[in-house]
Each structure stands twice: as C-alpha cells, then as structure tokens.
Design a protein around this ligand. Structure first.
Ligand code: ADP
Length: 543
C-alpha cells in the first residue's frame, strides 16, 4: 500500500513547517543571546566607569573636606578669641598654608565685613568687602549666617582675579559649648578651582572617562553645571553625588570614546547564527522540497499505476471476451466439420475428406491458441481459479500419453512411459490444469522431436515432499544462450533454422504460472541436437 503523503501533508507549506519553526527558534535564540551579550558588555563598561569615577570622586571629596577641616581649626580659635589681631590671624593662616595646596586665601569678616586676610599680598582688594553690600556674595553669606552652617558657594569669579569655591563658615562667639553664643561674623576661605581639579585628578589626560559636575552653589542635581562638557549629562552617564557640609554636587561620567555599541562577541554570534541557519534550516528546506517532490512523484506513480491497471484490466477483459466469442463459433466449425467427415448418408470424397481434415487441423490449432490466450488473460487479471485436490498422478499421466500418442504416431515417435504403470503416486493439484500442463509438455516433446525419435516419461519423489515428472525427448534441443527466453510469453527459441517450428510461445508461460500456482516448480535441461528434459514438481500427498 503506497504511503498517502498527501494525507500527511495536506498543504504544500506544511512541508516547510519544521524548517520555519527551526528558523524562528534559532532567530529568537540568537537575538536573546545577542541581547544577553550586549547587556554583559554594557554592564562591564558601566562597572569600569563607576570604578574610575569613584576614584576621582573620593579624591575630590577628600580634598574639599580636608580644606574645610583646616579652616574649621581657625574658626574654633576665633570663637574663643574674637578680637584676634591681623598678626595672629596671619600666623595661624600661614600654619594652614603650610599643609595645604588648594586654599587660595583665608579671610575673616566680623559683622560680615572682611578685615583680616591671609595672605594679604595679592588679596588687598578684598579687604573692606562688605558682604551685605556685595550683591554677588550677599545671599551666600547671609545663608551661612542664618543656616549656622558652612556654605560652599561657587565656583565664582574672584574680586582679586581667578575663580574659586568660597567656603563661608559662620563664627559664633564662645562656640564649642552648648550655647553657640552671638554671631561674630564669617571666616571665608577660597579654594582654588584649578588646583582642586588638578589635585583631584579631574584634568588628568590619561583619565579614561569624561566627567561633568553640576550643583553650582552646592545645589546638587538642580544646580548649574560648572565642570565638563555639556553632552556628558545627556549621554546616559553614571551618576555619583559628592556630599558637602551643606548641599551636594552631582558628578556624571561616560567613557571617553562613548558607550560600546557592538562587541566582538556580537559579530561572532551573528556569524554563528548565520551558520546555524545555513546548517539546519537550509537542509530542512531541501528535505522539505525533496519530500514534496517525492510526494508529487508518488502521486504520479499512483496515477500511472492506476491507469496501467485500468488498461490491463481492459485488455484482459477484452481478451477474455474475445476468446470466448471466438471459441463458440470455432467449436461450431469443428463440430460441423466432424459431422461432414463422418456423415454415413453422404460420405465425402477422398478430396473432400482431405479438405475437411485441413479445416479440423487448422481449427484445432486455433482453438488451442484461443484457449492459451484466455488462460494468459486470466493469469494477468489474477482471475485464474484452481480447484486443488488429491489426485492419483499415474492415471492422469496415462490419459495424457494416450491423448498425444496419435500425434507422435504420424512422425514415428515412440513413447516410453516408465511412470504410469508404476506404484500409484498421489499429489495435490487441479486435475484439468495438470492435464493441460502435461499435454503442453508432451506436445512440445513431439513437436520439437526428430522423426522416429522417442519421448521418455519418468516419475520420482524428490526431497522436500515433491513428485517430479520428467518428459525427455530426443529432439532439436535448446541452445544455452536461449534458455532465458523459454518461459517468456510469445518467445520462441530458434534452435535449428533448418527445422520448421510451429507454435506461439504462450504454452510454457501459462504452464509455469499454473505449476507455481499449485505450489510447484518447473525447469528443464537441454542440449542442441540431443534433446530436452522438461520437468515439473508438485506437492506429494500421502496415500
Ligand atoms: P510454443 O510451443 O507454442 O511455441 P511454448 O511456450 O510451449 O510455445 O514453448 C516456447 C518455445 O520453447 C518453443 O517455441 C520452442 O522454441 C521451445 N521449446 C519448448 N519445448 C521444447 C522442447 N521440448 N524441445 C525444444 N524446444 C522446446
């Protein structure tokens, strides 16, 4: 039963379904892997930026707090000794300057007016500055007073030139006790912007990150940006806060070359993805295509098989009905010819008798041919029915020998029957068909024999429970190269071109089919000019 592929794959696209599923699967898996890889690269890059930024931030924070801490010492001194002279102030200032590189100057402003300064040289312009009257610095100064906190302002342009962060620390007389006491004024220190940046590593050309800082006047993320390029804050930066005594700054950093786009691994993944698609999907598409072609091929084969079967059936039906239609009038011709020959009232003349004999011989041949064709048609249509029964082989062989003996007589051929007279052998066969087989073999043994030749019949049991009946003649024989043709339909073997042969080449084909349908075997041995032995083997039956 041919596989009904069209039922398994009712639609053409279904053939490619496994390939499509594999393609989508690989694509999704690949994209997922790429996303994971990108995430990994991004995380690594951010971790490295965080690391670098933290280093700079730590230095910056330490520098600012270090500066403030030093000034706080001076504030504590003034709180105890509010009437500090410029000389004493300068002594303490120089002490502070010995330890620090970023403080530009320190000023003391009792009642918010700058009266003391260290170093004086270069900062003279600031002496006498009244914070209350200076619009640029007033708010920050008052804030420090009111919040009672250090306020780090700036960076601002300095009166004495340059830029600086100004740390203003409010001083309360007698502070250090529980009651801070009355407001004395401010101690202001200017931290040099450039120096602070350099010492904190912000301007290091070897820094692998771009940094920006915002939070002018310690306003944190809300304050204006005062360091770095403006694009840093908009470039998805890593953020870090610098906590100041009052308020904060916000730092932002991105890698100098920008964030990584595509990693090397990503390119490899693309290649692997492509290779996977090629290695898995392409063969699947080809397999699908082949399967589809096979399906079409099977369809075609089935169609041609059906039409061949139809044609064969039509042929067999035609042959069967034609043979039947031919046999009826043929039998009538033969019957009337016989009646003419043996009519006692009007016996035919010698000449008429010979004509009638010719009609009968020709008719007999034609009838045999029609019978053979009918059998062949039935075999091909698988409609040959057999009636297998237990038979005494000896009787049937004797009957067939008797039926063909007269044919041999006309050519002086002698029969040596060593079988029928022997012990009875039983076999399983269809009686009529067994006779047909034996008659065909015997008539061939006569037909292809020499004048005055012999036909020898033998029977013997063989291994495997068979009865072998062999018919040996002393005729023209069959050449070895022609052996293959003997059982083929319509094939006649020309052993001796000088010997006229009659026949159609159907008899042995039908005989072989009949023997095999009776679970038997048929074969022959032959030698040109010496003769042939044709044998059949049929299943033996017990007595
Ligand atoms: P037919 O006898 O009608 O030609 P068969 O099928 O019976 O057809 O035989 C096929 C051919 O085999 C014969 O034509 C003949 O050439 C060869 N053949 C059959 N039997 C013999 C035999 N006993 N001796 C020699 N040739 C034979």
């Amino acid at each position: 039963m041919p596989v009904q592929l069209n039922k398994i794959f009712p639609r053409q696209w279904l053939v490619y379904l496994p390939a499509a599923i594999a393609a989508v699967g690989i694509f999704v898996f690949g994209l997922y892997s790429l996303k994971l890889d990108q995430e990994k690269v991004k995380i690594n890059a951010r971790a490295s930026v965080i690391n670098d930024l933290n280093l700079v931030r730590a230095k910056l924070e330490a520098n600012i707090l270090g500066n403030i801490q030093l000034v706080r010492g001076l504030v504590a001194f003034i709180a105890i000794e509010p009437e500090i002279s410029q000389k004493r102030f300068a002594e303490l200032g120089s002490e502070i300057f010995r330890n620090n590189h970023q403080i530009h100057n320190i000023a003391a402003a009792p009642d918010l007016v700058i009266t003391r300064m260290y170093p004086l040289a270069g900062n003279e312009k600031a002496i006498g500055l009244d914070y209350q009257k200076n619009e640029a610095q007033r708010d920050a100064a008052l804030k420090a007073r009111d919040e009672e906190q250090l306020i780090l302002a700036g960076p601002v342009d300095l009166v004495q030139g340059g830029r600086g962060f100004i740390g203003r620390i409010p001083v309360f007389k007698g502070s250090g006790t529980d009651d801070p006491g009355a407001f004395w004024g401010l101690v202001a220190t200017v931290i040099d912007v450039e120096k602070l940046y350099v010492d904190s590593g912000l301007l290091d050309p070897g820094l692998p990150i771009k940094i920006a800082i915002r939070g002018h006047d310690s306003k944190g993320a809300d304050g204006d940006q005062f360091f770095g390029r403006p694009d840093v804050f908009s470039g998805d930066p890593v953020l870090a806060d610098i906590t100041l005594p009052y308020g904060s700054w916000q730092m932002a950093a991105i890698p100098k070359g920008g964030w990584p786009g595509h990693s090397k691994g990503e390119i490899w993944l693309y290649l692997i993805l492509l290779a996977a698609e090629l290695l898995i999907v392409v063969p699947m598409i080809i397999a699908g295509k082949l399967l589809k072609e096979r399906q079409i091929h099977i369809h075609r084969l089935q169609a041609s098989q059906r039409s061949a079967e139809k044609a064969n059936m039509a042929k067999s039906e035609f042959l069967a009905s034609m043979s039947h239609e031919l046999r009826t009038p043929l039998n009538a011709i033969l019957g009337f010819a016989q009646m003419l020959q043996y009519d006692p009232k009007n016996p035919p003349s010698i000449a008429q008798n010979s004509y009638i004999e010719s009609i009968r011989t020709g008719g007999d041949h034609l009838l045999a041919l029609v019978n053979d064709v009918l059998d062949l048609a039935k075999i091909e249509a698988d409609q040959l029915q057999l009636h297998i029964e237990k038979l005494a082989a000896n009787d049937i062989v004797a009957e067939c020998v008797a039926m063909t003996a007269h044919l041999g007589d006309t050519r002086g051929i002698k029969f040596i029957d060593q079988f029928s007279g022997g012990p009875t052998a039983y076999l399983y066969a269809d009686q009529l068909r067994l006779k047909q087989i034996l008659l065909n073999l015997l008539s061939n043994a006569i037909k292809f024999n020499h004048v005055n030749g012999t036909v020898h019949l033998q029977g013997q049991a063989t291994e495997g429970g068979f009865l072998r009946i062999s018919i040996t003649d002393t005729g023209i024989g069959i050449a070895k190269r022609e052996y293959g043709k003997v059982f083929q339909v319509f094939q006649r073997v020309i052993a001796d071109p000088m010997v006229a042969q009659e026949g159609t080449g159907i008899g042995l084909t039908v005989t072989k089919h009949l023997v095999e349908q009776m679970a038997g075997r048929i074969g022959f041995e032959s030698e040109v000019g010496i003769g042939s032995t044709f044998w059949i083997e049929l299943p033996l039956a017990s007595d």
